[in-house]
Write a new protein. Sequence first.
Length: 457
Amino acid sequence: MLDLIVIGGGVAGYAAALRTSQLGGKVLLVEKDKLGGTCLHRGCIPSKVLFQQSAVVEDYRSALKSGLFEDEATIKLEAVANRQNEVVHRLYLGLEYLFRKRDIPVIHGCALIEGAGRVLVEKDNVEYYKTRNILIATGSEEKKLAVPGSSFALSAEDALAPPAALCSVMIIGAGNTGLELASAYTSLGFKVTVVEKEKFILPSLGDRDTSNWLSFLFKRRGIEIITDAEIEAIHGTKEGPKKVALKTRSGVKELEAELVIASLGRTPRTEAVDDSLGIVKTPQGVAVNEKQETGVAGIYAAGDVTGPPMLAHLAYFEGITAAENALGGDVFLGKNSIPACLAANPSLAWVGLTEEMAKEKGINYRVGRFDFGANSRAVLEGRGEGFVKVIVGEEKGYVLGMQVLGHTAEELIMQGALAIRNCLTFEQLTKTIHPHPTFSEALWEAYLSVQGDSLHV
């Protein structure tokens, strides 16, 4: 008898399978495509390769301005896709090796939960499997643009590999993926316009101040940003230029772009879950508790299928939590310190409460802030844009939240996540020696600034 059948081989699913094997459990994974799911093949990894390649271009331009080089480089856009394929293939082979090493069987097919402990798998034929527990880790898919002419728009996944020739680009949606694409495409030399239906970009951040600063820095790089606007229609042809009709506060206007990309976020895939099972499904996804239980005994869910925030690093932990509980554990996953990252120029990362969230909750708080323009490492690298902002509780000084806008933000944010997870105070962190000269010193200075003691301002 199997201990666990995992439906879906993305990060939540494969992490759960690997953890089950580590604990000595007998596990089977069902995946209709390839191990690694969206994150490895069509999301996190190829998008970060795109960011890394565009960052190389920015570094070269910076060195050119400093006089280190004399000649402008010719960018070979096709090299981006080649590098993406190379990295994805290498990581995929590594994942396959892990499953062979731990003797975890993978069946390629479509799974349907027929009841507690019973899974149907369709491949060349139909097979039934019995198990003590089931994990739903079927992930998510891109939301579709539903306007006349939407077929003329490229999906965000398809846009991860840029076209071979420079052109004008319109990106619909200023969430994480849309802004990452906008930043990378701009670095590679494309002329980019971003359209967002909300009044400010990156609405999931929940901090207008930081969003406005990010918008200002993007615009300074030449990215046109249009907010509070909705797409009404796209006119043109698949290959030729498109005219996009926008409904704005001042009326309907038409803009032209040679390439249109729809980046509208993602929606959970719940087709493996029959409505008769009694599992609660909402438009947000499959409902679970902090043990990743669905409410139906022996059936768990993890990853994007459970709804936002749809983050690969959260999916890892949800999958592991589900596996441990399926094998008799009593593990609760705390979700108050989940970092989120935007791989762009400049980078942005955040964790915990923003200032606006603290206000809404009626929490008495203080804010510490330090600009990278006064950080020696940022200045010597020519990366003085941005700042660190820390939210601390008024009464005991616990770190409640952090936002980092600037270079290496996605690495620096871990200090905020650790502080929140372990209930550290800003005073404890001010007494922690940070190496010099580093970007991390900006965190130290932000903690000091909570009580007006920043050294370099």
